[in-house]
Design a protein around this ligand. Structure first.
Ligand SMILES: NC(=O)c1ccc[n+]([C@@H]2O[C@H](COP(=O)([O-])OP(=O)(O)OC[C@H]3O[C@@H](n4cnc5c(N)ncnc54)[C@H](O)[C@@H]3O)[C@@H](O)[C@H]2O)c1
Length: 351
């Protein structure tokens, strides 16, 4: 590797231009080397704005450039193809959520990254909040004993994105472009709705703080006025025998914000983690308790640390990946079983 990490980007729409590119372009140890997206005019706009020396509409052409790492921010259904091709080239990969649509694809990426000794990170912003890291540490230290039951609820103000209307409102968060409506609302491009779009975050957080793996899932989903689902109700049996519910709603009325509430019960106590109301508490049967002092805003979603951590990992400046491919794969395998269950009407085993 040269002094700078040479980065290529596959997918340069709303999110990449609003978050990853400004964050990474601000680093002196990063070279914005190459970018790939569809649409010649938009591609040139991104090249001009961030100073890329190479721009193409063909991701394979991008991968022929001299690069150290790739950021994949294309639509969900392309993540596996794009990330796999980059890993096969021996590049470090940060791939957007959901890492893939299918469990087998997710674990394939994990195995490939391990075999090539490359970093694989999925930018789950909440996994890097100090109180979420504290929850992970406390659970690992036995705060609740053996985990027996989990409740994990998420809700988001993204009805417009999921029904494919008013998507430009999201561009209010920044970026050169509004999202393409198909990225979020067309099942052939998005793969699914609220589960893949957002419960990837809540389950990505759950599987970071708790060393669980789903064994089977039974799901009901509904799509009142959309082609992809807005609501998800999932019951789970985990491999360690614990059971749980993971639920989601994509219809929080603006200006109310995200809800993400995780409650974990075990043989010795419970841990309560809530990003909306900023709470981390442990209550134990032996009377011991812990409450982390938090302030309003501590749980607000930001995604500045994950892209920075990706570069820090590559440069050897950190060894903590709070949203590894392995954590993301445990989220994908649960959601994959849930989507299959919603179609079959039966509990489905994780593949
Ligand atoms: N981590 C987070 O907090 C977060 C937040 C928002 C979005 N996202 C994720 O970012 C990803 C992109 O979302 P978005 O809203 O920016 O979508 P978008 O529609 O704005 O961008 C998609 C990009 O992919 C490109 N693309 C499509 N097909 C391609 C192909 N065949 N080859 C190369 N490029 C191709 C498009 O040209 C576009 O640049 C999604 O996976 C989404 O879930 C993550």
């Amino acid at each position: 590797m040269t002094d700078k990490v040479r980065l290529g980007f596959i997918g340069a729409g709303w999110w990449a231009t609003a978050n990853h590119m400004p964050v990474l372009a601000a680093r002196e140890d990063v070279e914005m080397a190459a970018v790939c997206r569809l649409g010649r005019r938009e591609l040139e706009a991104v090249r001009d704005r961030f100073g890329f020396r190479f721009a193409t509409e063909d991701y394979q052409e991008l991968l022929e450039q001299p690069l150290d790492a790739v950021v994949v921010a294309s639509p969900h259904s392309l993540h596996h193809t794009h990330a796999k091709a980059a890993l096969e080239r021996g590049l470090h990969v940060m791939v957007e959520k959901p890492m893939t649509l299918r469990a087998t694809e997710a674990w394939e990426l994990v195995v490939l990254a391990r075999a090539r000794d490359r970093h694989l990170l999925v930018p789950y912003g909440w996994n890097y909040k100090p109180f979420v890291e504290e929850a992970q540490r406390r659970l690992a230290d036995g705060a609740v004993g053996a985990i027996e039951y989990v409740m994990c609820h998420m809700a988001s103000p993204i009805r417009g994105l999921l029904v494919g209307r008013d998507v430009a409102d999201v561009a209010g968060y920044g970026g050169l472009f509004a999202p393409d409506a198909r990225t979020w609302a067309d099942p052939r491009v998005a793969g699914g709705g609220y589960g893949l779009a957002q419960m990837t975050h809540s389950t990505g957080l759950l599987f970071y703080v708790a060393p669980l793996r789903a064994a089977r899932a039974f799901a009901e989903m509904s799509a009142p006025d959309s082609a992809v689902e807005l609501y998800d109700a999932i019951s789970i049996r985990f491999r360690n025998g614990a059971v749980g519910v993971v639920s989601g709603a994509g219809t929080v009325p603006a200006p109310s914000g995200f809800q993400l509430d995780v409650r974990i019960f075990g043989s010795e106590g419970m841990l309560l983690l809530d990003v909306e109301r900023e709470r981390l508490e442990v209550r134990r049967r032996d009377g011991r308790a812990f409450t982390m002092p938090l302030h309003s805003g501590d749980g607000a979603y930001t995604c500045v640390t994950p892209p920075n951590r990706f570069v820090d990992l590559i440069r050897g400046l950190s060894d903590r990946n709070n949203s590894s491919g392995e954590i993301a794969a445990r989220s994908v395998e649960l959601l994959d079983a849930a989507y299959r269950s919603a179609v079959s009407g039966c509990p489905e085993a994780v593949e």
